[in-house]
Design a protein around this ligand. Structure first.
Ligand SMILES: Nc1ncnc2c1ncn2[C@@H]1O[C@H](COP(=O)(O)OP(=O)(O)OP(=O)(O)O)[C@@H](O)[C@H]1O
Ligand SMILES: [Mg+2]
Length: 272
């Protein structure tokens, strides 16, 4: 059992703990994000209505600049929408006080960045322990938890190594352990395999898939890698500010490729 909630959050502890195992976890309503630079205006998200069920492993694909990172940042409350809303466990993030939002970011969400953002001069264990230290946990206990998570991502024997000395794939494993050390309900991974070769990308995807199942996570992956995306429960494509079932995945299904559960399209000849 995890330590008690630190405050009277509007999103109750049961939701952060992920006690409920089915039903809606996250929803966006007419989500819109506009950036202005000088006289230019760009709207990468132009009315996103998305419902994500607890336990779902969802992939978001789309060309570079489509707005995948922007969407994940809004879901993680790392940025605010221009209009529209994000609901976590049916509570609008907009209704949360700043301290509650901080708790949401720290406890409910685990974020894996496109570039891992590890502190290169700190050890793998110290990097993983960082979110626990931010939460006020003692150093000894935090490092013990960190070592447990490093073992889960296959790096038990690397805990004392400086992060800067690890390979790209190992660094991404450390970043995943760091994202999960607070036992979030929601895992958001922004191109977690983008900087890796094919084999390491495959291994990292399998690790995420396995952690997703063992820890009963709800996970959203932004990725350029369509063959990995196809192995998730549902693939949505972000383009021109809108989200829709991925046309390439639907086309792949029509051509007889494996059917992701939620495209709603059956390969030719499939029965039942
Ligand atoms: N803080 C910002 N200020 C101005 N424009 C921004 C900002 N953040 C993102 N953008 C713009 O919004 C658009 C979407 O960017 P975003 O990073 O979300 O795309 P992406 O789909 O993640 O791309 P990639 O696949 O290359 O990571 C881009 O045109 C980008 O330049
Ligand atoms: Mg991005």
């Amino acid at each position: 059992m995890r330590s008690q909630s630190t405050g009277s959050v509007a999103v109750d502890d049961a939701n952060f703990e992920g006690v409920a195992t089915s039903g809606e976890l996250l929803r966006t309503e007419a989500l819109r994000k506009t950036f202005r630079s000088g006289s230019q205006e760009i709207t990468p998200l132009d009315g996103i209505d998305l419902t994500i069920e607890r336990g779902e492993l969802l992939a978001i694909v789309g060309p570079s600049g489509a707005g995948k990172s922007t969407l994940l940042h809004l879901l993680a409350a790392l940025d605010t929408p221009t209009s529209g809303a994000v609901y976590f466990a049916r509570n609008s993030l907009r209704s949360l006080a700043e301290s509650e939002l901080a708790e949401y970011r720290n406890r409910a969400v685990g974020f894996v960045w496109q570039r891992h953002h590890l502190l290169p001069d700190f050890t793998a264990a110290e990097n993983v322990a960082m979110p626990l230290l931010v939460r006020g946990e003692g150093l000894g206990q935090a490092l013990r938890s960190a070592e447990g998570w490093l073992a889960e991502v296959g790096l038990a024997n690397r805990a004392g190594q400086r992060a800067g000395e690890l390979s790209g794939g190992e660094q991404q494993r450390v970043a995943i352990a760091r994202a999960l050390v607070n036992q979030p309900v929601l895992l958001l991974a922004d191109e977690p395999t983008g900087d890796l070769d094919e084999r390491s990308a495959e291994a990292i995807f399998e690790l995420i898939e396995s952690l997703h199942r063992t820890h009963h996570l709800t996970s959203i992956l932004a990725t350029h890698n369509l063959s990995l995306a196809r192995r998730t429960d549902r693939v949505l494509a972000l383009e021109h500010g809108k989200l829709a079932p991925s046309a390439e995945v639907v086309a792949g299904v029509a051509a007889g490729a494996a059917r992701p559960a939620n495209t709603g399209v059956r390969p030719p000849g499939e029965r039942g």
